[in-house]
Design a protein around this ligand. Sequence first.
Ligand SMILES: Cc1cc2nc3c(=O)[nH]c(=O)nc-3n(C[C@H](O)[C@H](O)[C@H](O)COP(=O)(O)OP(=O)(O)OC[C@H]3O[C@@H](n4cnc5c(N)ncnc54)[C@H](O)[C@@H]3O)c2cc1C
Length: 428
Amino acid sequence: MTSIGIVGAGVAGLHLGLQLRAADVPVTLYTDSGPDELASGRLTNTVTHHHPTLERERVLGVHHWDAAEYGYGSHHHVVGRRLLNGRALGGPDPLVFRGDLTDASSAIDHRIYLPRLLADFAERGGRCEVRGVGAGDLESLGERHDLLVVASGRGALAGLFPLRPERSPYDRPQRRLSVALWHGVEPAEPKGVTLSIAPGVGELLELPMYSFSGHVTALLFEIMPGGGLEALWNLRYDDDPRAYERAGLAALAEHFPRTFERVDPASFAVTRPQDVLQGALIPHMRADYACLGNGTYALAAGDVHCVVDPMMGQGANSASYSAWAVGEAILEELGGGGLGFDELFCRRAARRRAEVVEATADWTNLMLGPPPPHLLALLEAMSQHQGLADEFTHNFGHPDRQWAVLATPRRTARYLAAHGLDMADLLA
Ligand SMILES: Cc1cc2nc3c(=O)[nH]c(=O)nc-3n(C[C@H](O)[C@H](O)[C@H](O)COP(=O)(O)OP(=O)(O)OC[C@H]3O[C@@H](n4cnc5c(N)ncnc54)[C@H](O)[C@@H]3O)c2cc1C
């Protein structure tokens, strides 16, 4: 009987494993961290799942945290007008507007989320082996399975899949990330994510998150080198927790006043020492698949395949989408007689997910760079037209639609024109 091996029990590996188990396909998941290690570890991200990901969870029967209770329905946008590329839009600074989601998104700490899904996987007959897989082990795993899906995140195994230079535009991180879970921040009203852009300085993502301390606030500082947030970056939380907390408060006061005004300085504190992450990543994309020595194919899914900066909250959603597309391709292949999980199959699976995964990377990379005029025009338009702000916000769940509007100035101009707006007027 066909058997699928999956390396990695992140959102990509688990969503795929659960999808295949729902169709009774034998699956073995190899993970270096069992449920206890996952739950007790340090913060690795502050992930929000958008509606399409939550829908996949509902289909899989693993939506354990009702989005109506745990989720949120709005994005609050705060855009500094003192813009980097020589263009400054007129009007009040900052530009402030809100977009409402059609359906709720939700941010559950992955250290709670992943162990629960691992338990679901085991209950549904999935096999799980807790052990680190080295590059040298892949060939022997390939002997055991008809297909190996490598979903082990940004670690060493990613090297199996060559970089795609045309989709890997950076040789260094574009932001330094300083993120923690905090007490003492009153949620935005209505409950939602606040996305603040401070040109030349960086961005702040403020997320209502459910974690071990209950409903808390995740503050993800995206720090631009040479901006005004070095003080926060240069401090290691573990060296001096109080100094880190003071620097976080000062950063809010100086650069992100819309969040600062909801902070109670007396209770503003990191929730637990392990709820802090400081690091950086280089956005890139790798080949979809590789052939192992014995002829078995390994297919990349999730961060192994595509790493994006977390600024737009896309990586895990893209990992889930990608895994789902791979799952559908596997089930289709099995339905057609399962002739082979070979290169032809891998190419088909890759095509199935390409548009959304590539759009995720393209859109995020656009937002990381100095904002081009057509992006500025769209931001300005959204501040004046609720429908546009709502659509942009809804499309956090549909990066391909976001990119369809933003891929070129011409596309954006036509999109705005279809809503009765003139791009030149917006930029005047
Ligand atoms: C600060 C921050 C904020 C973020 N916010 C968001 C957000 O709001 N929305 C969003 O969609 N994304 C967000 N992301 C991105 C998101 O975290 C990742 O894209 C996503 O977790 C990738 O999932 P994955 O399953 O591919 O890999 P991972 O989640 O990294 O899981 C990989 C698993 O494989 C296991 N593993 C690794 N190596 C081996 C090995 N050699 N052998 C066996 N097992 C192994 C690991 O233990 C891990 O459990 C954020 C990232 C960061 C850093």
